[in-house]
Design a protein around this ligand. Structure first.
Ligand SMILES: *Cc1c(COP(=O)(O)O)cnc(C)c1O
Length: 500
């Protein structure tokens, strides 16, 4: 299987090359030339497999240039009992007869980013080897919270890689900061940047586009790379868990082979929901996708009107990992819906860059509304959903999952669609302890309490155990205390790599 770019269909490269390059030179995203199929009997065969075996079936259809041994090696290093707490890597929780929660947060950092970032480093180092690269990869990440920690955990102690994460000094939660500054591993670096997320991100971008510095790095046998969510190596592992959830529902006799399900995804960059759409294109029986946004509702409007317009106020919400105005992975979806028309995609993306908006054709819009519904929830509605779900089912969700639940409940009210539904749950409630506690027990319950008191309290209220990886933060030494200005970021990288 070869890959092309959404903005240049004449490109034809292997998956190893795609994972190594990340982004195509003209700015497009890599997509497979054809989407492979899963037959009904192949889906049925997943039922009696564990997660690693299921992952191998899906990944081997896309990463056809990887040997069986290479795939086994990547999968076995990523999806372990040790890292995910059990062999049930992505468990499905039955909320009621129609609704199932796909819990994607049992990995080491308690957010769904682990599902991809635990395996990406291995896919990347394998790809480097396969394409004859001998330089060491240096991963640079600017993070608003979840990605930085998940990338640190994924790349820690992976041979042939170094990782440096920059976070905004005043832009992450206390738990997120503690998760990063206590990071262990012999190839990791963490620094705070004065300013907000944009300052950290533009600092990283400057390093990436500094040709002089690139030469310095090359001279020292280092090659820069990124771990962001447009890399195919992050997307393809996310397809696995939608098939896995379907197989689990079959196994538990909740559905019959061939039954369609609905899928609800709390969405930011459109990566997670795009993975579910690829699963559908491969043959997963899906009735509707429900795309849930927070107050940053650019996708809700897009699904309704066919106009993508990012010219709007940016809102900071209690579901910060979805505070996004440009959903980069939408480009892959539109490429597929337009029948692989690279020139129309290049045109829309150019309009997005210059005018901040574009409108898709009536044909593309029709295809979207046939299979997608969209909706949004503000912070109050998110809080209501957390409380209501706890009261009705005794189940406690995080703020991102609650956006999905709220939007789904409205969808059912409006349509009466009672198709069995899988709701993607993207973070542990403990990761957003403060907002979850306020939703459950009011503001007074959090006043004056530190992070660890909040974890204890949430454990009490929810009846859930505090995830080990968060509980241990209390006693971990803080290993990184560097705070730098944006202009010093290059020096931080050089110091870390011990080059001139
Ligand atoms: C990243 C993230 C999302 C959004 O996922 P996308 O793939 O960007 O749409 C939702 N919830 C949580 C907790 C996240 O970390």
């Amino acid at each position: 299987m070869q890959y092309k770019s959404t903005r240049n269909s004449s490109i034809s490269i292997s998956s190893a090359e795609v994972i190594k390059q990340g982004l195509s030179v003209e700015g497009g995203l890599f997509v497979p030339e054809t989407i492979p199929a899963m037959t009904t009997s192949e889906i049925e065969a997943l039922v009696n497999m564990n997660y690693r075996e299921r992952a191998k079936v899906i990944l081997s259809k896309f990463l056809t240039d990887f040997t069986e041994e290479e795939l086994d090696n990547c999968i076995n290093k990523a999806y372990t009992r040790e890292k995910f707490g059990s062999d049930n890597i992505a468990p499905v929780y039955k909320l009621n007869d129609d609704e199932y929660i796909l819990e994607l947060w049992h990995g080491p950092t308690c957010a769904f980013k682990d599902m991809a970032l635990q395996i990406l480093p291995h896919l990347l180092t394998t790809s480097m080897k396969k394409t004859g690269e001998t330089d060491e990869v240096v991963i640079l990440v600017a993070t608003s919270g979840d990605t930085g920690k998940a990338a640190l955990e994924g790349f820690r102690d992976v041979n042939g890689t170094r990782i440096i994460v920059f976070y905004p000094n005043n832009g992450v939660s206390e738990i997120q900061k503690l998760q990063m500054v206590t990071q262990e591993g012999n190839n990791v670096g963490v620094a705070a940047v004065c300013g907000n997320f944009d300052d950290a991100q533009s600092g990283v971008k400057k390093i990436f586009t500094d040709d002089g510095y690139k030469d310095v790095l090359l001279h020292n046998n280092f090659k820069l790379s990124s771990a962001n969510s447009i890399n195919w190596g992050r997307l393809v592992p996310q397809i696995v868990y939608y098939f896995s959830a379907y197989a689990d529902l079959l196994k538990a006799d909740e559905i019959k082979l061939g039954d369609k399900i609905n899928i609800v995804v709390p969405t930011g960059n459109f990566g997670n929901i795009l993975a579910s759409y690829y699963a559908y294109k491969m043959g997963l029986p899906v009735n509707k996708f429900i795309c849930a946004s927070n107050k940053n509702d650019v996708l809700t409007d897009f699904i309704k009107t066919g106009v993508y317009n990012k010219n709007r106020e940016f809102h900071t919400t209690i579901s910060p990992s979805m505070d996004i105005l440009i959903s980069s992975n939408l480009e892959r979806f539109l490429f597929d819906l337009s029948g692989g028309d690279d020139s129309v995609i290049a045109d829309w993306m150019a309009k997005l860059a210059t005018d901040g908006k574009y409108e898709v054709s009536p044909e593309v819009k029709q295809q979207i509304t046939d299979i997608f519904a969209g909706g949004c929830a503000d912070d109050d509605e998110t809080m209501q959903a957390i409380k209501k779900c706890k009261d009705e089912y005794g189940y406690v969700m995080d703020t991102h999952t609650a956006v999905a639940k709220y939007v789904y409940d409205r969808y059912v009210e409006e349509t009466g669609d009672k198709t069995k539904t899988v709701i993607a749950s993207t973070a542990s409630p403990f990761k957003f302890n403060q907002s979850v506690l306020i939703a459950l027990s009011g503001h007074s319950s959090v006043a004056g309490q530190d992070e660890f008191a909040l974890l204890d309290k949430l454990s009490e209220v929810s009846g859930m155990d505090i995830p080990d990886s968060l509980a241990v933060l209390k006693n971990k030494p803080q290993l990184f205390n560097t705070v730098c200005a944006q202009e010093q970021m290059i020096q931080i990288v050089s110091d870390f790599l011990q080059i001139g």
